[in-house]
Design a protein around this ligand. Structure first.
Ligand SMILES: [Zn+2]
Length: 411
């Protein structure tokens, strides 16, 4: 088996792996100005996607822009998320060089889409492929690829701890080679229950004091997790942005969430914002939490809410995820100012940060990899892959961190 790293090697974003020159695993986009794509656009016989986040699926429609029509294999939620993200990319960048595909390419996606559940082996480009629940977001999968000689486990993004939306991964299928993500290889997450109760207490305090809380959140996974938390702690909340559509979609796939009843209750507990008749402005006067995209304040309805609430110190902004360097969210945490539509605005509202990560931390990664002490471990999807590899080697692992464009061969 040979594996070529076309993206996501020693970086986070634009994940893409080509197996045996025929089977493509993920084809993502790196969000930046301008966006970045995998270093090569192959013409694979088949495509398999691990989960529905932009950095894993964002560039997939471009594979259909020529005459080739490779089948695309994914779980049902991943298929729907891929289309949602593709439409959003067209809305943001359509017609420009930053959108590597057209509306027609996106239409073709549904013609070549094949959905599979977990633990249901299927054939793709002459390989046997099986999905296992990766516990990251609904529909997220570890991808096991068997070419008859070598079994490759591509972990995709995964979490070992339970979240309200999805349970942590427990699957450890036998494999000879493991491509393992390492996003948080130097982080220890606080226990989720602690983070959650700190968040709930803080939001409730602000509401008691008459303030409004804006909760910037990624649309896919994070928004639903926060709606579940708001419902569980009886926090009145609104939901806005792409997270609304994703919440509706997940209600149609109850078998891919941890507790479908809880998600149903959370959805009816939250009020969906239409944005009509100045509704957004009115909401910012209310004692409620507003869960809204974008998670890093780089667009979405958050851009309307922040200028409205920023001047009152009784109000609060709670960031709920990692803030990439150079994003307005990161700048707000570091400088106390928000840059909205090119204007720098000082923020008097309180600003807080919570770690609701959907990735395994250091302990989680090590406990996962403990099942693969006899395998070859290839570390990707992280900012410190080489450091993590040194630590794994010191611990007796056969580990390495491939570089962008590099090829790994075995068997
Ligand atoms: Zn992800």
């Amino acid at each position: 088996m040979n594996v070529r790293f076309l993206g996501g090697a020693r970086e986070v974003g634009r994940s893409a792996l080509l197996v045996n020159d025929s089977l493509l695993l993920d084809f993502g986009m790196l969000t930046a100005e301008p966006p970045q794509f995998p270093v090569d656009t192959p013409d694979p016989e088949a495509v398999v996607v691990s989960h529905g986040h932009l950095d894993h699926v964002g560039t997939v429609p471009s594979l259909l822009s020529g005459d080739d029509r490779p089948p695309i294999h994914w779980t049902p939620p991943t298929a729907e998320l891929a289309l949602t993200l593709a439409r959003d990319t067209l809305k943001l960048h359509g017609g420009s060089y930053n959108a590597p595909f057209t509306e027609n390419d996106v239409k073709r996606v549904t013609e070549v889409s094949h959905t599979h559940g977990y633990r249901e082996p299927f054939e793709a480009a002459g390989h046997e492929v099986t999905f296992y629940d990766a516990g990251h977001i609904p529909g997220s999968a570890h991808v096991l690829v068997d070419d008859g000689d070598t079994r490759l486990l591509y972990t995709g993004d995964f979490h070992t701890d339970d979240q309200r939306l999805v349970s942590g991964t427990t699957a450890r299928p036998d494999a000879d080679v493991v491509v393992c993500e390492s996003t948080y290889s130097d982080v220890d997450h606080d226990p989720r229950a602690d983070v959650e109760s700190r968040f709930a207490e803080s939001v409730k305090t602000t509401l008691w004091e008459g303030g409004t809380v804006v909760v910037p959140a990624f649309a896919i996974g994070r928004t639903q997790e926060l709606l579940l938390i708001c419902a569980a702690h009886d926090i009145p909340c609104y939901v806005d942005g792409m997270g609304k559509e994703v919440t509706e979609m997940l209600r149609r796939h109850p078998e891919f969430v941890r507790d479908a009843d809880a998600l149903r209750r959370a959805k009816s507990h939250a009020r969906f914002v239409t944005g009509r008749d100045g509704q957004r402005k009115r909401i910012t006067e209310q004692k409620a939490a507003i869960v809204t995209t974008s998670g890093m304040l780089s667009g979405g309805p958050a851009m309307t809410y922040i200028p409205e609430i920023r001047q009152r110190p009784t109000n609060k902004i709670t960031m709920t995820g990692y803030q990439v360097e150079g994003t307005p969210g990161r700048r707000l945490l570091e400088t106390g100012s928000a840059e909205i539509d090119g204007r720098v605005m000082p923020v008097s509202a309180q600003v807080e940060q919570y770690d609701f990560s959907a990735h395994a931390d250091r302990d989680g990664l090590l406990s996962f990899l403990d099942a693969y002490r006899d395998a070859t471990v290839l570390v990707n999807h992280g900012d410190r892959c080489a450091d993590f590899v040194s630590e794994l080697r010191a611990d007796g692992f056969d580990a390495s961190a491939p570089r962008l464009g590099e090829e790994f061969a075995s068997g």
